[in-house]
Design a binder for this molecule. Structure first.
Ligand SMILES: [Zn+2]
Ligand SMILES: [Zn+2]
Length: 288
């Protein structure tokens, strides 16, 4: 039994008797009531030029326990074997060898396939005593489809004895997705948009911070807080919180350095930069 998995189970259950029961079940190959853990999943590859390249021949995927932050399962998917390729080019049968080639599908589908294999591995290696409560990952719809039952969705390949996981968004990925439209604005000529790379960096920073601060709050509170991302950038602090927003703190009169002139020159202005304000607001309104 991997000690990393045991630690994740211990942190999930937070009850030593139940942990011992889980350990007994795994050792005796009996199925008790399964422990539902949450993992973070991602796949990396050595040949990466951008987020849109999928032509890599070998990639590795990791399942990381969100409580222990340890790697619980790792998998390497490879589409290539040098020994097999050489034999094939010589039109010969390959000799007996330890073949690393374990994947035959498209490179794009590799990540979803690896996630499915990781889940099945975790389930089987724990003698059916670990299931996934949720997976934190990027917005890969093919992965979500693959880890469902065929009865529910045509692409589903999860065996029906294994419970389907829930899906949680990876905050840094979500920030990247939302900031993408702002980034595109910054690449336009100045007469189309005055958006700069600095605006993009600020937007990403504010958005990431907003998610981090509010992720466990109610949706209505998140909706309110999310308005601060653009408004703060344009020097309007109605939606900000004085815990982190200096101008707000000054307005409330709780700033220690009260009375001291605050430099606000780095903020955009809603009226002078009205076109940019509307350009930045539009994609956000559309994406919610
Ligand atoms: Zn081979
Ligand atoms: Zn503010």
């Amino acid at each position: 039994m991997l000690k990393e998995i045991e630690e994740e189970v211990r942190l999930t259950l937070n009850n030593e008797n139940k942990v011992n029961e889980y350990k007994r079940n795994v050792i005796n190959n009996t199925q008790g009531s399964p422990v539902a853990i949450t993992i973070s999943f991602d796949m990396s590859w050595s040949k990466r030029a951008s987020g849109n390249r999928y032509d890599s021949l070998s990639r590795h995927a990791l399942a990381i326990g969100v409580l222990s932050k340890s790697i619980l399962v790792a998998i390497v998917s490879s589409k290539l074997c040098r020994v097999c390729s050489l034999a094939e080019s010589d039109n010969e049968e390959p000799p007996n060898h330890c073949c690393p080639k374990n994947y035959d599908g498209s490179s794009k589908a590799m990540e979803a396939d690896a996630a499915l294999q990781l889940y099945i591995t975790l389930y089987q290696h724990s003698n059916k005593n670990i299931v996934l409560k949720a997976v934190v990952t990027d917005d890969d719809s093919s992965m979500r489809a693959l880890l469902r039952y065929k009865a529910n969705i045509r692409k589903g390949r999860l065996p029906e004895v294994i419970p389907q996981p829930e899906w949680l968004a990876d905050p840094s990925h979500r920030t990247k997705v939302v900031a993408k439209s702002i980034f595109l604005l910054s690449t336009l000529p100045m007469d189309s948009s005055t958006c700069t790379k600095v605006d993009v960096i600020r937007f990403k920073k504010y958005f990431g911070y907003m998610i981090k601060e509010n992720r466990s709050k109610k949706i209505s509170e998140i909706v309110f807080a999310s308005k601060a991302v653009v408004e703060h950038l344009f020097n309007c602090h109605d939606y900000c919180n004085s815990n982190w927003c200096r101008p707000k703190k000054q307005l409330e009169g709780t700033d220690k350095e009260k009375g001291k002139e605050l430099s606000t020159s780095f903020y955009r202005n809603k009226y002078n930069d009205a076109k940019l304000y509307n350009q930045i607001k539009k994609p956000i309104v559309h994406s919610t």
